[in-house]
Design a protein around this ligand. Structure first.
Ligand code: SF4
Length: 343
């Protein structure tokens, strides 16, 4: 399947008060129509910076974006802002984490979605636009969509606001949806409903979804492929069954150690990754994970001096680590890394 979104060797940097932030450092990924790629990592791993670059939402005066991004075969990097804006909304759209700050508090929800529709359908009349918005509100599961059209964001619950944001993102039927932590601000029940909604809408229209999340439970529920990011780099990527079922990178082991499993021991302690992610102004040399990695001592000097390049593990599965295959197979066997759904 040809990817709808293709990113090759993406690098994003910008200047902050304490130096140059290398937010994304050579990331490549692709997403085909009807598929979901989850980009996972802690805060500061560069996953949101990568998503903003895909959307062409970086401030060109402050940041530098290099590499190749193609959306539906059209290159994005270096394209004039007016053309990127035309693609945004029509060919690709975004759902952010916090719908309350994304929606204008003083404008009726229906009018805000209508505005997004009319940007790309300037000839659409009032009646047609309203019909389309009501249809979208209904499609994302908002009851009484006619009445809800005229309500303000504060009259919607958190889950309804996120549904409205999804309606706004999909009103022009984009082929690519970038969802940046779309369920982080929601309770678990509403979160499950929103993920189900995204999956249903994807099944109907074949949208490619680039999902940014720190939550491996969300990944297990909705993703087809996973890319794990650390310090702006891709450290592991592959099919969801490969990365969650047979992870090969110590950082992925660490992330999985911090979430409960349906198949694990219910009384077992959760062990989050020790320490904190590095500053992207001053990334450690060698493998950037080495100051936090419990396996670095087995490899020795190499972890501190030599950057590990991604290497193939199995078809479509890659990871960037100096540990030998035997060491990693032993870890997998000893720790019975989970192979089932995450609770
Ligand atoms: Fe740990 Fe070394 Fe592998 Fe990095 S390369 S994850 S420090 S073992």
């Amino acid at each position: 399947m040809d990817p709808y979104l293709r990113v090759d060797d993406l690098r994003v940097s910008f200047t902050a008060t304490d130096g140059v932030v290398r937010a994304v450092d050579g990331v490549s990924l692709s997403v085909a129509r009807g598929r979901t790629l989850a980009v996972v990592g802690e805060s500061g791993s560069g996953k949101s910076a990568a998503a903003l670059a895909v959307l062409g939402l970086h401030d060109p005066r402050r940041s530098t974006v290099t590499g190749r991004i193609t959306v539906g075969g059209r290159p994005l990097v270096g394209r004039p802002e007016t053309e990127v804006r035309r693609l945004r909304g029509r060919d690709m759209a975004v759902v952010f984490q916090d719908p309350l700050s994304a929606l204008h508090p003083y404008q009726r929800v229906g009018r805000q979605i209508a505005e997004a529709y009319r940007v790309h359908h300037p000839r659409a009349g009032r009646a047609e636009t309203r019909r389309r918005v009501v249809e979208m509100l209904d499609r994302v599961g908002i009851a009484q969509p006619e009445r809800r059209f005229d309500q303000y964001p504060h009259e919607f619950s958190g889950g309804m606001r996120q549904r409205a944001m999804i309606a706004m993102a999909l009103v022009n039927e984009p082929a690519l949806l970038v969802a940046d932590e779309p369920t982080s601000a929601l309770d678990v029940t509403v979160q499950a409903q929103i993920l189900e909604l995204l999956a249903d809408l994807q099944a109907e229209s074949g949208t490619a979804i680039l999902l940014i999340t720190h939550d491996l439970g969300v990944v297990a529920q909705i993703a087809d492929e996973v890319l794990v990011m650390y310090a702006g780099r891709a450290v592991e990527q592959g099919a969801v069954e490969q990365v969650l079922g047979r992870p090969r990178h110590p950082y992925t082991w660490g992330l999985l150690g911090g979430v409960p499993s349906l198949h694990g021991d219910a009384d077992a302690d959760l062990t989050p990754v020790p320490g904190h992610p590095p500053s992207l102004v001053d990334v450690p040399p060698g493998c950037p994970f080495h100051p936090r990695c419990g396996h670095a001592a087995r490899v020795g000097e190499r972890c501190r001096t030599e950057r590990p390049e991604p290497r193939p593990e199995a078809a479509g599965h890659r990871s960037a680590c100096h540990l030998s295959d035997e060491e990693r197979a032993r870890h997998h066997a000893e720790h019975a890394v989970r192979t089932g759904p995450i609770r």
